[in-house]
Design a protein around this ligand. Structure first.
Ligand SMILES: [Zn+2]
Ligand SMILES: [Zn+2]
Length: 76
C-alpha cells in the first residue's frame, strides 16, 4: 500500500502525474500536465535567470516573492 501524498499548497491528495516540486522550498504541489486533468495548478512555471531555464514555484513562494510573478510563464 502506497502512502498518499498531499499537496503542500492546498492540502488535497496528489496523483502521480500532475505534480511538480517547488524550486524554492521543495514542496510538492499540483501542476497540471494533461489538458483533461481535473485539477487546479497550485504553482507557477517561471523563468529562472540564474539557470536560464524553466523552474517551478508553488503558490506560497510566489506569494512570498512578488518578483517571481513578473517572471511566471503563462501556461494556459
Ligand atoms: Zn494543490
Ligand atoms: Zn515553494
Amino acid at each position: 500500500m502506497k502512502l498518499e501524498e498531499i499537496c503542500d499548497v492546498c492540502g488535497q491528495p496528489l496523483d502521480e502525474k500532475n505534480v511538480s516540486r517547488c524550486r524554492l522550498c521543495g514542496r510538492k504541489f499540483h501542476m497540471k500536465w494533461s489538458v483533461d486533468a481535473q485539477i487546479q495548478n497550485c504553482g507557477q512555471v517561471w523563468f529562472d535567470k540564474a539557470s536560464s531555464g524553466m523552474a517551478f514555484a508553488c503558490n506560497i513562494c510566489v506569494g512570498e516573492n512578488p518578483e517571481l510573478s513578473e517572471l511566471t510563464v503563462d501556461t494556459e
